[in-house]
Design a protein around this ligand. Structure first.
Ligand SMILES: Nc1ncnc2c1ncn2[C@@H]1O[C@H](COP(=O)(O)OP(=O)(O)OP(=O)(O)O)[C@@H](O)[C@H]1O
Ligand SMILES: O=P(O)(O)OC[C@H]1O[C@H](OP(=O)(O)OP(=O)(O)O)[C@H](O)[C@@H]1O
Ligand SMILES: [Mg+2]
Length: 284
């Protein structure tokens, strides 16, 4: 089983970090190498450009891929299936035009030119509008093109909006929302390894935003403590060694957002020795 992952750019680090946290540690993969092994002898990693990854998976150079949904759409590969939203690399593809120009809506683009790194997505977007602008494909610095009379508008990625603002461009319309996805070629989806990899990556996402709470509770306060824990399927209760049956240990998984309030609540309910730890992985 081979997974294609971004070799550079903004998606490289977070993808490697996710694989590591999922327990798929990379081995024998020095800088500039195209392949790396992982701790699992059946899983290897292929480093490729984010934009090439869907094609690599469709063609069989890799079986699974991790890259932006925008790249999967742009490539238009039909033999791959999305397996998991990895929820990073969130961005929007937007239609944008000069702030002080006269393009305020899609209809203003009739007979005009659009520059983009995403010609297929752009063509599909306009196919539904009845307006058919000319499309010029560029490979970067798209935001510059309206200022050098190459294009009247652009379709490009935005997240914070800083680049658009710096280039005095305003959003005219939304084209696509994207985040990083795990996807696989249809003919490998039955392989149990696919589910193993998916579960491992999902377990990291599950654990994010969750905390593990541990505390000691006198037997007679157990119900009161139980009542205030918003746990995942209820807390686990264990006897404490040398507690002489009077105290129990209560463990629970709670939402990070609930931790502050829960600590106050369980303390008031009679818990002591309260510990909060991060969770690496969580398989439900
Ligand atoms: N500003 C951004 N915020 C969030 N995600 C982004 C942003 N820019 C790009 N992405 C996501 O990252 C993917 C790859 O972009 P990135 O810039 O890392 O690669 P690239 O431009 O192809 O790299 P390079 O040009 O160096 O090969 C995009 O397809 C998109 O899914
Ligand atoms: O809304 P913002 O937060 O400003 O992000 C948007 C910018 O991010 C991406 O460029 P990137 O930084 O990846 O540079 P690149 O053009 O070299 O790929 C994208 O192409 C935009 O230009
Ligand atoms: Mg980029």
């Amino acid at each position: 089983m081979r997974i294609a992952v971004p070799n550079k750019g903004r998606l490289h680090e977070p993808t490697i970090d996710l694989l590591e946290r999922a327990g798929l540690h990379l081995e024998n993969g020095a800088d500039r190498k195209l392949y790396a092994d992982t701790v699992d002898p059946d899983v290897s990693v292929l480093f490729a450009r984010a934009a090439d990854i869907p094609e690599y998976v469709a063609d069989g150079a890799a079986d699974l891929g991790i890259t932006g949904y925008d790249q999967v759409c742009e490539t238009g590969v039909e033999t791959v299936e999305e397996l998991l939203d990895l929820e990073f690399g969130r961005c929007r593809l937007v239609l944008a035009a000069p702030e002080d120009g006269d393009i305020d809506g899609v209809e203003d683009l009739a007979g005009k030119t659009i520059a983009t790194e995403f010609p297929n997505i752009t063509r599909d977007f306009f196919a539904d509008t009845g307006v058919e602008p000319a499309i010029v494909e560029v490979s970067g610095a798209t935001e510059l093109t309206p200022h050098v009379e190459m294009a009247d508008a652009i379709v490009d990625i935005t997240s914070t909006g800083t680049t658009l603002k710096m280039n005095r461009l305003a959003v005219v319309d939304d084209v696509l929302s994207s985040s990083v996805r795990l996807f696989g070629r249809e003919d490998v989806l039955e392989d149990p390894k696919v589910d193993e990899v998916r579960t491992a990556l999902a377990s990291v996402k599950q654990a994010e935003g969750k905390r593990y709470l541990m505390m000691n509770v006198p037997q007679d306060r157990l119900e009161a403590v139980r009542d205030v824990i918003p746990g995942l399927g209820g807390p686990t209760v264990m006897d404490v060694a040398n507690g002489e049956g009077e105290k129990v240990a209560v463990h629970a998984v709670v939402d990070e957002r609930d931790v502050f309030e829960t600590i106050t609540d369980v303390k008031n309910a009679g818990a002591s020795g309260i510990l909060v730890t991060e969770i690496e992985r969580l398989v439900e």
